[in-house]
Design a protein around this ligand. Structure first.
Ligand code: KIV
Length: 290
């Protein structure tokens, strides 16, 4: 744990030391509100670029900018005090060169107070990971299904189904671990391959659609809470149905307003029990009624 001022947080070395030990719990958070709610229960709060799809309604993560990540990252840091906060470097902010990655990572860290950055990629990003790690920037790797590459790979199918793909994934994971990443997200990868990667790399793995053998697991909080509409991917377990509850609350509010049942005196300043209408039950005014 780090002691910066009065805040005691889980640190990057704490996470790195969890290889083969106590499982790492990671959830996404994009806002101070969500961070505050889930922070006591997790080891890592990941400000994922999935916010582009979940919060902003983009079809992919590609339109997400570094400015967006910094605003949301700072919000999550403000809303938390326990978890290690990691911020995704968005598409096109780091792929060009190790130097561009350093600039993006430094902007993210200085602008938010986060502990580390995450970037997608395997063998081709190893040089960049080494460049950052050597300059004091802790990197969480991300191999397997890489949402920032969907235009190249053609979709969100699970990776590692062929021997060739499995060998490539293993090489990717080893390259990122050897380059100095402190941990590795494995996304959308067939179970035996994710298990093998976990056995063969020296750093903790954090799975999503991967394997229970991983050293930790991550989910998108809105998926787990039942806030994302439509059919969930196979790897999501819904622990609540907050989307249904929120819609029901909005429907009740709309009915109360339309029927003149909200607000009541207890929701108003200076209104007594004997206040006149519209503190009454029953339908409100109709169009044209005076
Ligand atoms: O962007 C994100 O939320 C992620 C997780 C799904 C690992 O990268």
């Amino acid at each position: 744990m780090s002691a910066i001022g009065h805040i005691r947080r889980i640190t990057v070395p704490d996470i790195a030391a969890r290889k083969g030990g106590e499982r790492i719990v990671c959830l996404t958070a994009y806002t101070a509100l969500t961070a505050r709610l889930v922070d006591p229960f997790v080891d890592i709060l990941l400000v994922g670029d999935s916010l582009g799809m979940v919060l902003y309604g983009f079809e992919t993560t590609l339109p997400v900018t570094l400015d967006m990540m910094v605003l949301h990252g700072a919000s999550v840091v403000r809303g938390s005090e326990h978890a290690c906060v990691v911020i995704d470097l968005p598409f096109a902010s780091y792929q060009r060169s190790p130097r561009s990655a350093f600039r993006a990572a430094a902007t993210a860290m200085a602008g938010t107070g986060c502990a580390a950055v995450k970037l997608e990629g395997g063998v081709e990003m190893a040089e960049t990971v080494a460049f950052l790690a050597a300059r004091g920037i802790p990197v969480l790797g991300h191999v397997g299904l890489q949402p920032q590459s969907v235009m190249k790979t053609g979709g969100y199918r699970a990776r590692g189904k062929t021997e060739k793909e499995a060998a490539r994934l293993l090489a990717d994971a080893k390259a990122i671990a050897d380059a100095g990443a402190f941990a590795l997200v494995i996304e959308g990868t067939v179970e035996p391959v994710a298990r093998r990667i976990t056995t063969e790399v020296a750093i903790p793995t954090i799975g999503i659609g991967a394997s229970p053998a991983c050293d930790g697991q991550v989910l998108v909080t809105e998926d787990l809470a039942g806030l994302t509409p439509g059919v969930s991917p196979r790897f999501v377990k819904r622990y609540a149905d907050l989307g249904r509850d929120l819609a029901a609350a909005a429907e009740s509010f709309a009915r109360d307003v339309r029927e003149g049942n909200f607000p009541q005196p207890e929701h108003c300043y200076g209104a007594g029990r004997d206040s006149p209408a519209p503190f009454r039950k029953g339908p409100g005014k109709h169009a044209g009624e005076r």
